[in-house]
Ligand binder design. Structure first.
Ligand code: AMP
Ligand code: MN
Ligand code: MN
Ligand code: MN
Length: 280
């Protein structure tokens, strides 16, 4: 059975491997289909595609779009998008422009609690200066010894209710779906078990997502625990959504994640799920 990993990051967003190094690592891990899904960015796809050509690995051109839905941040993965499509490109450019301004507000908030120099510090970790994100701030805070690891930085400083968190308005759900569909892609709700809101609001999100034309949802993801897989599989079946799998890999050793697997196990979908790749 082919190995699918349909969610990963490179230095074009907040991953630490270049698109080429990412593809080579995925080949080494036995991945057959790899989606590169950088946050709000398509710039890594050409190099990744080139690195994959002539190898056994098939690159799926993807993206992970940040949206604001009912005042919460949610991520929508687009798979098989055409990176030349202007509607998608313009939309993502708008999300990226917002990141620059948000980073300034984050740095100001951190300075107020006695952590200076965070803007420059975070940018030093961002290979793509157009795509500054919270992970770059987290890596800066680890580097300066403020906090021991990236995960702890998030829980202490960078999530809602913490001093380095600033609210931000991303694209809407409808916009993200329009961009992905305009580019010929399939839309997949990313890591549905990670959102802080629970049962009822999640079901509302799934219904709206489906009604607006979304195709799939992640049932297995490195982004949250595997105890949720049976429930997510049920939700996918109930809402008529195709099922996707992805490690959400960012960096070797970070969060214990690896390409092509979660927690050292192959990502096998429950029988009742219809895989997102069933019509590829
Ligand atoms: P941003 O899009 O800049 O707000 O950053 C979102 C990214 O931060 C996610 O894609 C993850 O890479 C990372 N992230 C978010 N929450 C956590 C967390 N609790 N622990 C570690 N990384 C996180
Ligand atoms: Mn990320
Ligand atoms: Mn995400
Ligand atoms: Mn991701």
């Amino acid at each position: 059975m082919p190995v699918y990993d349909l969610h990963s990051h490179s230095t074009a967003s907040d991953g630490v491997l270049s698109p080429v190094a990412l593809v080579h690592r995925a080949i080494g891990q036995g991945v057959d289909f790899l989606a590169l899904t950088d946050h709000d960015e398509l710039a890594g796809l050409a190099a990744a595609q080139q690195a994959a050509s002539g190898s056994r690995l098939r690159l799926v051109q993807g993206v992970e779009v940040s949206i604001t839905w009912h005042r919460s941040t949610v991520h929508i993965v687009g798979l098989h998008v055409d990176p030349r499509e202007p509607i998608l490109r313009q939309g993502l450019a708008r999300n990226r422009a917002g990141r620059r301004e948000r980073a300034q507000r984050m740095a100001d908030a951190l300075a107020r609690i006695g952590i200076p120099g965070a803007l420059e510090g975070a940018y030093a970790h961002a290979v793509n200066k157009d795509l500054i994100g919270r992970t770059h701030f987290a890596r800066f805070l680890v580097e300066t010894g403020v906090v021991k690891d990236v995960k702890t930085v998030f829980t202490k400083y960078l999530v809602q209710g913490r001093p380095g968190y600033v609210p931000h308005e991303w694209a809407s759900l409808r916009e993200a779906l329009n961009w992905i569909h305009a580019a010929g892609g399939q839309a997949v709700l990313a890591h549905p078990g990670r959102y802080r809101f629970g049962g009822e609001k999640l079901r509302l999100l799934l219904s709206e997502f489906r009604d607006f034309g979304g195709e799939g949802m992640e049932v297995i993801t490195g982004s949250h625990g595997q105890d949720q897989v049976p429930l997510l599989a049920d939700l996918a079946v109930r809402h008529g959504l195709l099922a996707s799998v992805g490690s959400d890999f960012h960096a070797p050793g970070e969060g214990g994640r690896e390409l092509g697997s979660v927690q050292g196990k192959p990502m096998r979908l429950p029988e009742r799920c219809t895989p997102i790749w069933s019509r590829w």
